[in-house]
Design a protein around this ligand. Structure first.
Ligand SMILES: [Mg+2]
Length: 272
């Protein structure tokens, strides 16, 4: 057998398998999106909710890469733009350490293990010994801009789910409730980028409260912020996480819709 023909056939089979894998993933995503829309539409028709709470990641948008790859992309860009002597791996280690330290600090103060990106970035500036390279405020601003652009480059809208939520928003208030670490102005920029900014009557982010959906305490903050007494069974939470979006919402007597999304490997802050 001609070894050149053999290796060319192997390459062709490899390319075909890669193409087939991407087509299968796309078809599965479309299938899950249609199911999610049906699920939401049916729950809203059955319940006629008086208030809708909706998750962001893997509900309204999905990422084309894993969350940890977004962090790696932004770390690489940060190292490149600042011409850091530090490796990308070391930037990522510093970030994990800063996130852990900020989470621990907030937990010790009686909150959940939540953290704010601005505080994490400021802590990284010290840990990476960048005092002589760039001012802390400039570093934090640059890192946030890079992280936002990496998020926007990898987020994709689930248009069917968005359309369903948008339709519900014509008859009741919709509050976005997300366990995430971007400050509010940056989170709003993400929503604007996707054309989602007009849907929500309110936006509640875990880092603003140092409380999370994962523990359920962010729901208490949402409920405390509502006007007057509400029939909690008429408040519907839509999301993809069985703990944060379903069990914890149900523990506060809210109604829930759990969307089936692709499973990602567990990590410490897997709910994001
Ligand atoms: Mg989610």
């Amino acid at each position: 057998m001609d070894p050149r023909r053999d290796s060319s056939r192997t390459r062709a089979i490899g390319a075909a398998m890669t193409w087939l894998k991407s087509q299968t993933q796309s078809a599965r995503r479309q299938l899950r999106s249609r199911r999610a829309k049906r699920h939401i539409d049916r729950a809203c028709a059955d319940l006629s909710p008086e208030l809708l709470l909706v998750d962001y990641f893997d509900t309204l948008v999905w990422r084309s890469v894993h969350r940890r790859d977004v962090a790696a992309i932004s770390a690489a860009r940060l190292a490149s733009e600042l011409e850091l002597a530090t490796s990308v791996a070391d930037v990522l280690v510093a970030r994990r350490e800063a996130e852990r330290a900020e989470g621990t600090k907030n937990e010790a103060a009686g909150f959940d293990r939540e953290f704010d990106f601005l505080e994490v970035a400021a802590r990284m500036h010290g840990e990476l010994n960048l005092e002589r390279t760039v001012a802390c405020a400039d570093f934090v601003e640059l890192y946030l801009e890079i992280e936002l652009s990496a998020e926007l480059a990898t987020q994709r809208l689930d248009q069917r789910v968005v359309d369903s939520v948008r339709r519900v928003a014509t008859s009741c208030d919709v509050i976005l409730v997300s366990d995430f670490y971007f400050p509010m102005p940056t989170f709003r920029e993400m929503l604007e980028h996707h054309g989602l900014d007009g849907i929500f009557s309110s936006i509640v982010i875990s880092c603003d409260h140092r409380l999370s959906k994962a523990t359920g305490r962010l729901y208490d903050a949402v409920l405390d912020g509502l006007d007057g007494e509400r029939d909690r069974s008429k408040i519907l939470m839509i999301g993809d996480n069985p703990v944060s979006d379903q069990a914890m919402a149900a523990s506060r007597a809210l109604s829930t819709v759990l969307l089936s999304r692709p499973v990602q490997p567990r990590e410490s802050n897997h709910h994001r």
